[in-house]
Every structure is written in C-alpha cells, then in structure tokens.
Write a protein that binds this ligand. Structure first.
Ligand code: RUQ
Ligand code: CUA
Ligand code: CA
Length: 643
C-alpha cells in the first residue's frame, strides 16, 4: 500500500465567492420559476452571454495549514472511494476523492461495448433476455453491518425500468438485476443498516392501477403504489406494502427496526398543480418486525402473476405511521448517531427532524399524535432537498433554489424548537448551481468522519468551457473538517449523478480482487458448459460442432489467441469462449470480431463468451481490443464463414 500523502503543500482553496451577486440572484429567480411555475415553463432566461465568464474563474489560493487539499500527487492514492450514480447513463462510476479522478465505470443497466456488457453471455445472464437499452439510476448504497459499511455489495435503483441492481464490490461487477413487480419507477433506495443488509428498501414513485393491465385508466382514484423490500442476499422481492399517496425517497434507521419514506403526492394528483395543493404531505414509517409478522401470518394478498406478498399499509394499518410534514418533501436522511431522521421540505424552507425513540413510543401506543415524533423543524432556506452529516452533530442541507448548502446543528435546532433562543444555523456556502444531493465522507454510517462533502449540482452554467447546449453537471468538493465549510474544487460530470457515497479506502483496498478466481460464479456456467464439451478452458483451444451450433474455445495469452483461425458455416449459431491465461495483474485482453458487433473484455483469470449467428459469409478478423503487449496489434485471427 502506498504511504499516506502529505497533502498540505498542494494548491487548492478555490474562492468561496462564486461570482457577482447579480448572477446569483438571476439563477435563483430562474430556478424558482422552474420549481413553482407551470410545468411547461422552461428555464428560458437562464443563459448568459459568454463574454462575462471572468467571474467564474477559479481564484486559486494556497491552502492554509490544517486545511484539506484535493491535490493527490502522481503515484499517490486517494483516501476515499466515491461511488457515483451515473444517472441516465445507467452506470456507476468509481471516483477517487479528494482528487475527483474517475477511476472506473461499472456498467449496470447500460450496454457497454468496452467490456461487452450486453454482448457477453455472462452479462446477458445478469441483464435478462430482453434487456432494455439503459436505465436511470440515482441512489447507490453499500451493504452495511451494524451501521458500518461492510464492503460486500452496492445496490442501485433504475427508475426508468423499475429495477434494482446489485454490484459485487470484490470484482466491481453487476451480478444481479431484479424487476420489481406491481409498481412503476423505483426511485428512493436504501439498505437496512442493522443487524445487516438484509433488506434493500425501494420506493415505487408513480401511482398506477393494480394490476396495471389496461383497467381503471380513467379512474385515478384507484391508482396506488407500494413500498418494496428486497432480500439483499437472494435479490428476491420479500414483501411489498401498499401505501396512501406516492413514495419519493427512503431511509432506514440504525437499529434495524424501521424504514421511512417521503411522499410528495399525498393529494393523489395526476398533474403538477394538484400535487402542490396540500400544505402538508407526509413521511410514512414502516415497522419491519410487524410487517414480517403479518407476512408470516398470511395477512397479505398477491397481485396478478406476481407471488410477492402485498400488505395493506394504508392509514389505519398497525405497521405504518404517517407523520404529516410540509410540503412536497424530498430527501430523507438518518443522523449517524442513530437518534434522528430528517425529511427535507423542498417547497417548504424547513427540514423536519424526527426522533426514532419517539417513533418507538408511537408504535408502543404512548403517543397519540404522529406529530409528537417531530422534535424540530428548523428553517434553513429555499428548496431543501437532501441532508448529510459530519458525525459531530451537524447537518448539511442542500438548498436547491438558493444554490447553497446550509450547515446547522441538530441539538440546537431541537432546543430552538423547544423555545430556547439559540441559533442553529452555523454557515451557508454558495455552490454553483442548484444542488440536489450532498454527501459526506462515511456520512451515512456510524463512522461519519466529517472530512469531505460533495455537492452534486444540477447546473454548471459558466463554470466550464462550453460543450454545446447540453451542459455537464458540476460536482463540488467541500472541506467540512473545520468550523467553516470551504469550497475546494469543481468537477464536471456527465448527466446525472443524483447521489454518491464516499467511503474510506481501508474498507475496500484489500478486498478488491486484482484478477479473477477461476471458480468465480460470474462465468461458472460458461466453464461448466466447457466441461460438458470435455474442454479445459485453461489449456484447450478447439472447435466443437453440435449440428448448427458451433463452440469455439480458445485461450488468450499476450500476444496470441489459442486459435489463429476457425471456420464456420453461414447461418451457424456460434459461441466463442475465450479464457485469459495470463495470470499477470493488469494484462486484460479483449476479443472483437470485426463487422460482427462482438467485443468482450477478458481480464486476468477470466473466461468470457459471446453467442451470435454467423449471418455474413467471408473472412472476418478478430483482434484484441486491450493494448496488452508490444505485439498487441498482431494479436488477431480470422473467422472464416463459408457461404
Ligand atoms: S433524488 S437529487 Cu434528490 Cu433521486 Cu435526485
Ligand atoms: Cu491481448 Cu491486446
Ligand atoms: Ca404535495
């Protein structure tokens, strides 16, 4: 392992002041218009003439002693792994923090030719037979044990196709994707923290008829949605709970007893104005033990062809608690001390702080009014969306409309709620522009270390060289280690990350494999097929024909494939299986067949396969796509397809 780098000397410390105040006010107005205005109102006036970019220039200043720097010198390693949702790209990105260097991409819902995701048989087993062209992922979260990251899996939602995926952290590869039945658009996703993950909680955002088969189209009163719990080990949907209203973001407690979701559409509205009618919507709390007991008792129904137990958790149910809060709330975030959970008000300038022990009391019948679980409702600014924590009792809340992050103290907010004259607001920092999530290092675990905060800004405007009408998002790195927040770096990203997690490298650095184990389940089925053909994939390069099916086995060792050519007939179904027998770290090979739409990555120790129909006669060269050797260009061969 590399030494800890001394980061003190590096340059950093971008000015906190992002530019002239007139522009800031302008951004605020246009964002307000987009939030509160009619749905059709575009951010028309938002653009700025390109001749005024001077104010956005990074005013670099040397970091003072004791401040954190984003500078990671050549050869040094980042202290944190960041897992960035890839948004509409459907992928997850691994980013080093604080350098903000992108280290790797993990294709999840998106076909990716680089590694053959969506091309290889191994990836198609994960993606399913008729996999859609991509996904919209928002919320990556790592499995936990007793409130600590445990390095096993990262789970992520696909809002576009109502799915949940799991990524194995030992090889950084997606290994399971589950379609969630009976709901539409999985948005909020979070994991059970204790005793372990356990459940993966997933919100169905939109309201639909049940079953959604063409009935009740014009009867929105019958539309509904559900809260889903997947089993993180099997990736089966364990149970679903029917709720009133819709579901946006979700969160879990630190004791393993509850999950909790925000609802912005308690109105059951079918258009923008009707979802904004009520002064209060709510959060809904799910009592996991009571739900499990009801499932055991058979207290559920199933819908259509799905076998998933569906429980009725609407108002009046014994295992849900609806807590009214203002207005169209969005994010919900549990504090790492295990005591509180904070819902972010979006259309209200407030966040609502609820205490888990009071939620205990409510379920125990000791409290009558659900609002008695609320211990504070501090006013922070316009458009609060998400809150992160430093482990020192402070919350950091993104203010979308104000383009700011507010730092505030939880206990002081509770004291103020109780009538004491205290100022809970610690600082506001400008971010550029319109932040959605912010996330702190280790901040969603008991190990919150209060060093870094990343603000994921939806707009970058004039912060970067223009790239056409589509602008990148702007991820900003903020030092929260001291009393005051300090903006350290800007970084453009491709749309649209939504959310990240930041975990210390000690959790993964020794767990991540540098080559594949030969018995890895990811390609076990392919190796078993080879065995049935009496092939030892580590040694044999051979063509086997079974009627119109041809199996081509070959090894790859820099710089040659085990077969210099193979012959098939036009119309054959061809399966090529390549095994990388270079046991050398970082010597990955690729296998691409020219003009045949085939490419796959074969890293050290791996076996990869692809099946296709040889529908064009002729000579088609195959070649290695990863530069593996001085003679990499020569690492090729011919597929001969007889007419
Ligand atoms: S949630 S910011 Cu806030 Cu999916 Cu996107
Ligand atoms: Cu193998 Cu390039
Ligand atoms: Ca509402």
């Amino acid at each position: 392992m590399h030494d800890e780098s001394s980061n003190k000397s590096g340059q950093s410390g971008q000015s906190v002041e992002p530019g002239n105040p007139a522009r800031r006010n302008f951004m605020k107005t246009s964002a307000l218009a987009s939030l509160a205005g009619a749905a059709g109102l575009a951010l028309a006036g938002c653009g700025r003439k390109g001749d005024q970019v001077g104010t956005a220039g990074p005013a670099k200043a040397a970091a003072a002693a004791g401040e954190l720097s984003d500078h990671v010198p050549p050869g040094q390693l980042d202290e944190y792994y960041g897992f960035w949702s890839g948004g509409q790209s459907g992928e997850v990105r691994i980013v080093g923090v604080p350098s903000m260097r992108e280290l790797m991409r993990i294709p999840v819902f998106n076909p990716d030719f680089t590694i053959g995701w969506g091309v290889t048989n191994e990836s198609k087993r994960v993606l399913g037979p008729n996999f859609p062209p991509g996904g919209d992922c928002h919320h990556p979260h790592m499995s936990q044990t007793d409130g600590h990251y445990d390095g096993r899996y990262i789970f992520i939602n696909d809002k576009a196709h109502t799915r949940v995926a799991r990524i194995r952290c030992d090889v950084m590869r997606t290994d399971r994707i589950t379609d969630v039945p009976n709901v539409q658009a999985i948005h909020g996703l979070r994991v059970q923290r204790a005793p372990r993950t356990g459940y993966v909680f997933a919100n169905g955002e939109f309201l639909i008829p049940a079953p959604n088969d063409g009935r009740d189209l014009d009867d929105p009163k019958k539309y509904q949605t559900m809260f889903s719990a997947l089993d993180g080990d099997t990736m089966e949907v364990a149970w679903q709970v029917l709720v009133d209203g819709n579901l946006d973001n979700t969160e879990a407690d630190y004791a393993g007893k509850y999950a909790i979701s925000t609802c912005y559409n308690s109105e059951g509205g079918m258009d923008l104005p009707s979802t904004m009618q009520a002064e209060r919507d709510w959060v809904v709390v799910f009592d996991i033990a009571r739900i499990e007991a009801a499932v055991k008792k058979g207290d559920f129904k199933t819908i259509g062809s799905s076998k998933v137990p569906v429980l009725d958790g609407r108002h009046g149910s014994s295992f849900t608690l609806y807590i009214p809060i203002p207005k169209n709330p969005h994010g919900i975030n549990a504090s790492p001390d295990g005591k509180y959970v904070v819902a972010n008000g979006k259309l209200s300038p407030t966040v609502t702080v609820m205490e888990w022990s009071r939620i205990d009391d409510w379920f125990a019948g000791k409290l009558k009014d659900p609002r008695d679980t609320v211990v504070a409702e501090p006013e922070l600014g316009l458009g609060p969306l998400h809150t992160a924590y430093d482990g020192r009792g402070n919350g950091y809340t993104t203010l979308f409309i104000d383009s700011q992050i507010a730092k505030w103290n939880i206990e002081d907010a509770i004291a103020a709620h109780g009538g004491k004259k205290v100022n809970y607001l610690r600082q506001k920092i400008d971010v550029a522009y319109q932040p959605g999530h912010c996330h702190s290092s280790m901040g969603e675990t008991r190990d919150a270390d209060g060093k870094w905060l990343v603000s994921l800004n939806k707009f970058s405007k004039d912060r970067f060289l223009p790239t056409g009408p589509l602008h990148p998002d702007n991820d900003q790195l903020i030092d929260i280690s001291g009393e005051t927040m300090k903006l350290v770096a800007d970084g453009p990203v491709y749309a649209e990350p939504h959310d990240v997690i930041l975990l210390h490298r000690r959790l993964l650095i020794d767990k991540v494999k540098k080559s594949w184990e030969r018995d890895d389940p990811f390609f076990a089925e392919t190796v078993a097929m080879a065995k049935r053909h009496d092939i030892n994939v580590l040694a044999d390069s051979k063509v086997i024909r079974e009627g119109r099916k041809v199996f081509v086995y070959m090894t790859s060792a820099a710089p040659i494939f085990g077969l210099g050519s193979f012959k098939v007939k036009k119309g054959d179904e061809v399966t090529v299986v390549v095994t990388n027998i270079d046991a050398v770290e970082d010597v990955s090979h690729g296998f691409c067949i020219t003009n045949y739409g085939i490419n796959m990555e074969i890293s050290p120790g791996a076996t990869a396969s692809a099946t296709f129909t040889a529908d064009k006669a002729g000579v088609f060269w195959y070649y290695c796509t990863f530069f593996c050797h001085a003679m990499h260009m020569e690492m090729s061969g011919r597929m001969l397809v007889e007419a």
